[in-house]
Design a protein around this ligand. Structure first.
Ligand code: XMP
Length: 508
């Protein structure tokens, strides 16, 4: 890709991905690089600007993440929080540990006219640090302070090196976006050449070069990622693309019909539909352990492809909807495996498919924008993320057709009410799960002994963290009332208040 590039050096900060997103939102292509590989990446790739992220360590600790600042000579550089401390520590200044931690909102006082931070309209900034800079690198000037932080920002305009102790990337710093904007455009002189239209054009070109005249298999789920992949591949290659949709019986109510309708009528006529309900339910019989379920479901995808070997054997490529956060996570040396996520669940050897991943540099919101520009319908583009193993991970205990029907009906009521009452905006995911316990209730004059439904609705930016949506009690009561009255087999409804972490978004 021939874009201008901003490399964001990751020192392990919780907001590093957010910095990359903010830069891209401003129309500049950005990638994250772990600090261990940063010096090499900067030498090899010659970025147009560098941003040094925050981080949880102290620069004074032995072995703390760092960078040789001499590689940043002549490159516009912005150090944020820990990044500023690394610039000071390695650039001839001095950092001291402090017993006083500065955390939360602070009022920034600008003390140098015409500096980067002097242009901020709102002086409120978000701080989160322990150590502080007590001596700045030679040639720099202090540009801002707070009541408790004598060096809240410094800069050396001559070599375009800037440091801010606060976090401009978080929404708690209202003028943060303008700092990033000034740094990228006024200081680094970037063009802003990262747009969705450019991305689509370049991807189509790249796909054509990579695939040539060969056939491509696109496994679609109806979700936004695989739909955008299919749309992009089809735009690039037309009938060389074969879309395969496996209906495993673990989809939400009406979803399979909806996917088929969208793909065949609206957008891609070349769809192979595999109805595999019996096969998946057979494989899930008696399986209750969450990882065993995921494994069983993954294996059945392979069996499906195996059975359709004749239809698919001329495919040389497999298009997958891998996104940039997956790429970042799988490259992270510290990422712990919490759950086995899968796209198409592994593939049979005979296919020997080469993988094409046209979305591997995009965030979810960028994928949605690409989908919109490719003309996908709103209900596909705005669809909530849905796990590959489907309702299988929302039914605790054994997955049977009867239990799937219960969860489908409850889920349908919950999401219908959210839609009808105009509450969908701002919800990342909302669903019903079925628990594997029973409790006593009373209906009419009869004792019941049935299963509980859990409702879950979360807000999130990227699924890495999430918070329960504060739904009105009267709304929840109304949904609960409908579910116990309309869904046979359920006599209790709960609302999950737990954030992620410590819980996860899905129950399994
Ligand atoms: P958790 O439950 O780990 O989920 O907080 C984070 C996000 O990932 C989705 N998810 C999956 N997606 N295959 C997928 O394609 C899976 O096995 C899977 N498990 C969870 C989940 O819905 C949420 O958006």
């Amino acid at each position: 890709m021939d874009h201008q590039l901003v490399l964001v050096v990751d020192f392990g900060g919780q907001y590093t991905q957010l910095i990359v997103r903010r830069v891209r939102e401003l129309g500049v292509y950005s990638e994250m690089v772990p600090w261990q590989k940063a010096e090499q990446a900067i030498r090899d790739r010659g970025p147009d600007a560098v941003i040094l992220s925050g981080g949880p360590k102290s620069v004074l600790e032995p072995g703390a993440p760092t960078i040789d600042v001499s590689v940043l000579d002549n490159i516009p550089t912005l150090g944020i929080c820990y990044g500023l401390q690394v610039m000071a520590h390695r650039g001839g200044g001095c950092v001291e540990s402090s017993s006083e931690r500065e955390y939360g909102h602070r009022h920034l006082t600008s003390i140098a006219p015409n500096s980067l931070v002097a242009k901020m309209a709102d002086p409120a900034v978000w701080m989160s640090h322990g150590d502080r800079v007590v001596k700045i690198p030679d040639g720099s000037i202090i540009t801002a302070t707070t009541a408790t932080c004598p060096v809240a920002a410094f800069e050396n305009a001559a070599n375009k090196h800037y440091g801010v102790q606060f976090h401009p990337e978080v929404s708690h710093t209202p003028s943060g976006r303008s700092i990033l904007h000034s740094f990228l455009f006024d200081i680094a002189g970037l063009r802003g050449d990262w747009t969705t239209a450019n991305f689509i054009e370049e991807s189509i070109q790249r796909i054509k070069e990579e695939v040539g005249d060969e056939q491509v298999l696109c496994a679609v789920s109806g979700g936004v990622d695989s739909s955008v992949v299919a749309a992009l591949m089809t735009k690039a290659l037309g009938h060389q693309v074969k879309c395969v949709f496996v209906d495993h019986g673990l989809l939400r109510k009406g979803e399979a019909e909806q996917v088929v309708k969208t793909f065949t009528e609206v957008f891609h006529p070349n769809l192979i539909l595999i109805n595999a309900h019996d096969q998946f339910f057979g494989a899930l019989k008696g399986v209750t352990e969450p990882e065993a379920k995921r494994k069983a479901i993954g294996e059945q995808f392979v069996v499906c492809f195996e059975r359709h070997r004749d239809d698919l054997s001329d495919c040389k490529f497999l298009a997958q909807g891998t996104l940039y956060p997956d790429v970042i996570e799988s490259g992270s040396p510290t990422a712990a495996k919490i759950k086995t996520h899968h796209n198409v669940g592994g593939l049979p050897d005979w296919m020997r498919l080469q993988v094409v991943e046209p979305l591997r540099w995009l965030f979810k919101d960028e994928v949605r924008e690409v989908g919109r520009q490719l003309g996908l319908p709103d209900d596909v583009v705005d669809r909530q993320p849905f796990p590959g193993p489907g309702l299988g991970v929302r039914i605790l205990g054994e997955v049977t057709p009867e239990r799937v029907a219960i969860v489908q009906d409850a889920d349908h009521i919950f999401r219908e009410e959210l839609r009808v009452q105009g509450l969908e905006a701002g919800i990342w995911q909302s669903y019903a799960a079925l628990l594997d316990v029973r409790s006593v209730g009373v209906m009419g004059d009869e004792r019941t002994y049935e299963q509980p439904i859990v409702l879950r609705a979360v807000q999130s930016e990227d699924a890495m963290t999430a918070r329960a949506v504060p739904l009105e009690f009267s709304f929840l009561e109304h949904v609960a009332h409908r579910i116990v009255n309309e869904v046979k087999g359920v006599n209790r409804v709960l609302y999950d208040l737990t954030s992620k972490p410590p819980a996860t978004i899905e129950w399994e």
